[in-house]
Write a protein that binds this ligand. Structure first.
Ligand code: MG
Length: 345
């Protein structure tokens, strides 16, 4: 990481309204700090839109806004989430992410050094995901009218295969795999907000899923559906997919991978780990014949050691997700009512 902020801190220790005003200061912020970090070439500055070659294949297009509080937390920050969140949504459609846009809404008074750290973190995350940030926007709102920084990223990816990766492709008999332990992102954020400390620091699982998904695709795994378990956690992803697919999904509680420290924190805070947000976890629906090969690939990913088969799609007709508890009873997995953890991403 470049350790020196290119905007002279002595002159501009904080973001001012003029940094979003379209004039000299805004241009210098983009020219000196943002464009070089994103390394998107001359194009970034020279025109009103990025003009890009048309990729061969279907394209996937997605957008997401990031308002996480605090801006920095163990295992990540608003910058890394803003990149990973969007590239992961592209990856979940089986797309290889190509380009991102980035819109900053900055609050007057944001320390320039903070912005610099976030931009550097976005640069590193974009490089890790193999994606280019090709266009963007910067606005500044008055002090007290924002919360430091909000980021919007949109992304375009190319689908280079013939699979239709979608809830409607889910079939009875499909196994449901999760690529590692769940609940760490939400707990990492809550620990900072509530000033909780545990024996070991719980770090967010925030990570790009691009390489893992690309590996699954190159290995010709017949993926029926994938979804990243972000807001609302694993439970919400399961409930949404069963509803869209019009299929019954059954999950086994005793195989859910939850770290002991995360489970303890959840008990203390009154959360169910199935509903806690993740930023590097996804579920994949694959036919039985492809399970072994898929597991092997998922286990190689970040935090992948606890990759598990958590359940399957049944022949039953009720379109709902159910959980077989440790005690042997069955309960319905519903969408969250209300917000469990606001401003988690
Ligand atoms: Mg998603």
């Amino acid at each position: 990481m470049n350790v020196i902020c290119p905007i002279p801190i002595r002159d501009y220790p904080n973001v001012t309204l003029a940094h979003g005003g379209g004039g000299f200061l805004m241009r210098s912020l983009i020219e000196k700090m943002i464009a070089p970090a994103f390394d998107s070439g001359e194009e970034f500055l020279q025109h009103d839109s990025a003009v890009l070659p048309q990729p061969k294949g279907r394209i996937a297009f997605t957008t997401d806004s990031f308002v996480v509080r605090p801006l920095f937390f163990p295992g990540g920050d608003i910058g890394s989430i803003a990149i990973n969140g969007t590239v992961n949504d592209l990856a979940m459609s089986g797309a290889r992410p190509l380009y991102l846009s980035c819109g900053f809404i900055l609050e007057e008074g944001l320390p320039m050094e903070t912005l610099w750290r976030i931009v550097q973190s976005m640069k590193a995350a974009a490089e890790a995901a193999g994606v280019k940030i090709v266009t963007g926007d910067t606005k500044v709102v008055d002090k007290g009218k924002g919360d430091g920084i909000f980021i919007n990223t949109s992304g375009i990816g190319v689908i280079e295969h013939d699979l239709v990766i979608h809830p409607k492709s889910v079939q009875p008999g499909d196994a449901i795999l999760v690529n590692g332990d769940i609940g760490r992102h939400g707990i990492a954020i809550m620990a900072v907000r509530e000033g909780l400390s545990f024996e070991t620091t719980i770090e967010s699982d925030c990570a790009p899923l691009v390489a893992t998904v690309q590996e699954l695709l190159s290995a010709k795994i017949e993926i029926h559906c994938m979804r990243d378990c972000t807001r609302g956690g694993l439970a919400s992803s399961l409930a949404e997919i069963s509803a869209t697919a019009n299929r019954h999904i059954e999950i086994e509680e005793f195989v859910l991978p939850v770290r002991e420290d995360v489970r303890g924190a959840c008990e203390m805070l009154g959360f169910d780990p199935m509903y806690v947000a993740n930023e590097g976890r996804f579920i994949a629906f694959v036919p039985q014949a492809h399970v072994a090969a898929a597991l092997e690939i998922l286990r190689r990913g970040a935090g992948g050691a606890s990759t598990s088969i958590i359940g399957h799609v049944t022949e039953k007709t009720q379109p709902r997700a159910t959980l077989k508890t440790r005690l042997g009873s069955t309960r319905v997995i519903d969408l969250l009512s209300g917000e469990q953890l606001p401003r988690i991403c």
